[in-house]
Design a protein around this ligand. Structure first.
Ligand SMILES: [Zn+2]
Ligand SMILES: [Zn+2]
Length: 407
């Protein structure tokens, strides 16, 4: 957590984790295809584990029985925190006065000890609260402490075989970190972790590099991201000056055909246990049922059969083939909102749980109760917490520069 050296590598690794150019998935999270890498030899892991597991269906069983609807659900809204005392109000308001110096995150050394305090101002408690869960997994926000876990996957040749990497420019990194990991309308990135690490079998390392081997399923196991693509004519859906910020609605996302794209990877010693399959299903649900994507896509490279199977199993149908600078053709798969709803919420109207509600203009966490911390100078900036207010006030180009005093 506190290590300094390697900070750039983490940023680099994080960037690559989400630069939108790779796909790698647990090779037997589907039901077919052979091992991609290490000793798989673990037939038993596929089907033993309890309820969420679907019956193994090599054949077209689903055609007869219909699709098993997704069992994930929208969580209840997080209640508002207790009201603050007048003393607390006074203390916080001292921090948010006109003229206090603003700051940026430095592009490099971003995660070193020197800049940790700054990072912690911007990455507020509620920036970190958005989590998803499945029967066996918790999908949480990526943390600085995930460095080692990220590296083990990123630098592993076995994993790289199924990936495509692009390299982000240095200038992108600062903004990207802030936008992607701290407050984002473009990308939702989750670290995959086990609720009970002992429930997973860590495979023999086989040819996995010694430095990349794991011995248990604790901590960061991989990641899964949903990246939103906005067409040029779409608004940013970010908070705007002078306006109370509200969660974009399904209707707006539909109007501009906002598409989500999934990216994911997992440590090779955990392949073969349906981990990615479980995570994929839940992130797909989140994108459809909570964000309201018009469609969601994934484009595994040719030959990545496990990943292709994951798409088709979840109703993403092949649409077309694309190429890239790496000359590795990708098979584009997609599912629309209507199709997802029909498969997973049979008989139910599409409904928009969060759209249109007021949300904190810093963390934009739409699962929280509507923000009730107000800027004392204007009447349109609202936050879920003082930490979020402070972050927006202290960020260069943030609220302090746009705030119009009430007249
Ligand atoms: Zn907030
Ligand atoms: Zn204001």
């Amino acid at each position: 957590m506190d290590r300094v050296e390697g900070a750039e590598d983490l940023v680099d690794a994080l960037m690559k984790a989400v630069d939108g150019t790779y796909i790698n998935v647990d090779p037997s999270s589907g039901d077919e295809d052979g091992p991609v890498a290490t000793d798989r030899g673990d037939e038993g892991t596929k089907n033993k584990k309890k309820k969420k597991k679907k019956p193994k269906s090599k054949s077209k069983k689903s055609a007869a029985t219909g699709v098993k609807p997704n069992e994930g659900r929208i969580p209840d809204e997080t209640p508002a925190p207790p009201a603050e005392t007048p003393e607390e109000t006074a203390r916080w308001e001292k921090d948010s006065v006109k003229g206090v110096p603003t700051m940026n995150l430095p592009a490099w050394g971003l995660l070193s000890d020197r800049t940790k305090d700054t990072l912690n101002i911007f990455r507020t408690p509620n920036c970190k609260t958005l989590e998803l869960s499945t029967p066996r997994l918790k999908l949480r926000q990526v943390e600085v402490g995930d460095l080692t876990g990220i590296r083990r996957i990123k630098t592993e040749p076995i994993v790289q075989k199924t990936q495509l990497y692009g390299s982000p420019g240095i200038s992108d990194i600062k903004e990207n970190f802030l936008n992607r990991y701290i407050r984002s309308r473009d990308e939702f990135i989750f670290a995959i972790t086990a609720i009970d690490p002992s429930a997973f079998k860590v495979q023999e390392p086989g040819s996995v590099r010694i430095s990349n081997r794991i011995h248990n399923a604790e901590g960061y196991l991989g990641n899964i991201a949903l990246s939103l693509t906005y067409p040029p004519d779409a608004p940013s859906f970010l908070p705007e000056k002078g306006q109370i910020y509200t969660q974009p609605t399904f209707q707006e996302f539909g109007k501009y055909k906002i598409e989500g794209k999934m990216f994911y990877e997992i440590h090779p010693q955990l392949w073969g246990q349906g981990i990615m399959s479980e995570a994929f299903e839940e992130v797909l649900r989140f994108g459809m049922e909570e964000l309201g994507c018009d469609s969601i896509a994934s484009d595994p490279t040719i030959g990545n059969d496990a990943s292709i199977h994951l798409c088709t199993k979840n109703g993403l149908a092949f649409s077309h083939e694309t190429n890239n600078v790496y000359n590795k053709p990708q098979l584009f798969h997609r599912i629309t909102r209507e199709e997802w709803w029909k498969r997973n919420r049979p008989g139910k109207e599409i409904s928009d749980r969060w759209g249109g509600k007021e949300v904190c203009r810093w963390c934009m966490n739409f699962r929280l109760s509507p923000p009730n911390i107000r800027c004392k100078y204007c009447d349109w900036a609202k936050y879920c917490s003082r930490e979020c207010q402070k972050a927006d006030w202290l960020r260069a180009g943030g609220h302090q520069s746009e705030c119009d005093p009430k007249t």
